[in-house]
Design a protein around this ligand. Structure first.
Ligand code: GLU
Length: 164
C-alpha cells in the first residue's frame, strides 16, 4: 500500500518529505518520488535512493512525496509518482479502474503519455478540465465524476506555488 505526504510552509520541504516517507515505509512500496518546488525526482527501490536524488536539487517551501505500490505498469522510474501532465502534478494512492477507456479518449485528443500507469491518465484528465474550467477545485470535481475506482491524490498546480 502506498504512502503520500505533503508539506507547504516556511522552509525545508526536502527534509520533511523524506522524514514523512520514511515513516510510511512500513506500508510496503517498490519506488518513491517527490516534487520539491519545481523539481520532480524519482527512484526505484528504497526511500534512501530518493534521498540521494534529492541531494542534487534545491530545497523549497513546498513539496509532495509518494511511495508507490505498483498496480498498473511495471516498477520503473517513469511509472513512479509524481506524474505531471500540462499544469498538473500529482501523486496517487489507489486504482482508476476505467483508465483504459479514459486514456483512449485522451489519446484521441492528442495527449502524450510517458508512463503506463492509471495515475497519469487521472492527471491528464484533471489537466484537461483545469485548462477548460480555469479552476482546480472544479476541475477535480469534474474529473471525479468520470473516475471509477478508489483514489487519494495530492495535487499541485503550476500557477500556484504555495498550495497542495
Ligand atoms: N495505481 C497506481 C500505480 O500503479 C498507484 C498505486 C499506489 O497506490 O501506489 O501507479
Amino acid at each position: 500500500m502506498c504512502g503520500i505526504i505533503g508539506y507547504t510552509g516556511y522552509s525545508g520541504a526536502k527534509k520533511k518529505i523524506i522524514t514523512g516517507l520514511e515513516a510510511l515505509e512500513y506500508r510496503g512500496y517498490d519506488s518513491a518520488g517527490a516534487k520539491i518546488g519545481e523539481n520532480i525526482v524519482k527512484a526505484t527501490g528504497r526511500v534512501r535512493n530518493l534521498d540521494l536524488e534529492l541531494e542534487k536539487i534545491q530545497d523549497s517551501k513546498i513539496g509532495i512525496g509518494h511511495t508507490r505500490w505498483a498496480t498498473h505498469g511495471e516498477v520503473s522510474r517513469e511509472n513512479a509518482h509524481p506524474h505531471k501532465v500540462g499544469k498538473i502534478t500529482l501523486v496517487h494512492n489507489g486504482i482508476i479502474e476505467n483508465h483504459m477507456e479514459l486514456k483512449r479518449e485522451l489519446l484521441e485528443e492528442g495527449v502524450d503519455f510517458i508512463s503506463t500507469t492509471d495515475t497519469e491518465v487521472a492527471c491528464a484528465l484533471i489537466n484537461k478540465y483545469y485548462l477548460s474550467l480555469g479552476n482546480i477545485e472544479e476541475a477535480i470535481l469534474k474529473a471525479m465524476e468520470r473516475f471509477v475506482g478508489s483514489y487519494a491524490f495530492a495535487i499541485m498546480v503550476e500557477e500556484d506555488s504555495e498550495s497542495i
